[in-house]
Design a protein around this ligand. Structure first.
Ligand SMILES: Nc1ncnc2c1ncn2[C@@H]1O[C@H](COP(=O)(O)OS(=O)(=O)O)[C@@H](OP(=O)(O)O)[C@H]1O
Ligand SMILES: Nc1ncnc2c1ncn2[C@@H]1O[C@H](COP(=O)(O)OP(=O)(O)O)[C@@H](O)[C@H]1O
Length: 196
């Protein structure tokens, strides 16, 4: 669709904003099943970065699915639109010079490829929180798996909707047998050089 809009070139660029803040900006994208540990890890990674004086912002279900995306369901097309809008928001945040953390199930490979295109491959870090369905169900943090097994929730990822695992993620965290502390440190070790 052509809207005849013209892009204005602003004088202050992402590079200027990164220089002012003293670090690069990146999108850290956490993908995995519900209950895999995305929010837990994103939260702790953000806290560690904040303590190092790095500007951060977290996007997750609370500020997205209850806000800008409250019109979207868990049907495949709506999940795709959910992720597309989040990627566009994340792109603005990264452009603003902020290290942005996003924790979403994001079950489709194609949708995650599209995020990379929107924010730029150099700005995108895919973190696969690889927790087995058995372990997620054992945790059942929000009681959703029990409801899904009882047929009370449709399209539940891992039960009645697919999860397409990343083929070549930047970081893979296997939380079934790795502590939270080691998981956080693994992520920090991977990104810290990239922020310089
Ligand atoms: N059907 C179904 N499948 C998966 N998850 C469900 C579903 N219904 C509700 N929830 C809750 O919504 C959270 C997932 O939302 P996302 O925006 O991350 O999903 S997606 O990326 O659009 O697939 C997810 O949050 P997390 O547990 O933090 O992953 C669930 O709490
Ligand atoms: N190594 C680990 N990494 C992350 N979470 C873990 C790990 N081991 C156990 N957990 C627990 O798993 C649960 C994950 O829940 P949550 O972070 O809400 O998952 P998600 O955001 O993927 O739905 C938390 O209760 C957390 O304490």
């Amino acid at each position: 669709m052509s809207l005849n809009t013209v892009r204005h070139d602003y004088k202050i660029t992402k590079a200027n904003r990164e220089e002012l803040r003293g670090h690069k900006s990146l999108l850290l994208w956490f993908t995995g099943l519900s209950g895999s540990g995305k929010s837990t890890l994103a939260n702790l990674v953000e806290t560690a970065l904040y303590k190092e004086g790095i500007s951060t912002f977290s996007l997750d279900g609370d500020n997205i699915r209850k806000g800008i995306n409250k019109d979207l369901s868990f049907a495949p097309n709506d999940r795709t639109e959910n992720i597309r809008r989040i990627a566009e928001i994340a792109n603005l945040m990264v452009d603003a010079g902020v290290v942005t953390l996003a924790a979403f199930v994001s079950p489709y490979i194609k949708d995650r490829e599209d995020i990379k295109t929107i924010v730029g491959a150099d700005n995108f870090i895919e973190i696969y929180v690889n927790t087995s369905l058995e372990e997620c169900e054992r945790r059942d943090v929000k009681g959703l798996y029990k409801k899904a097994r009882a047929g009370e929730i449709k399209n539940m990822t891992g039960i009645s909707a697919p999860y397409e695992a990343p083929i070549n993620p930047d970081v893979e965290i296997k939380t079934d047998d790795q502590s939270i502390e080691v998981s956080v440190q693994t992520i920090l070790d991977f990104i810290i050089q990239k922020l310089k």
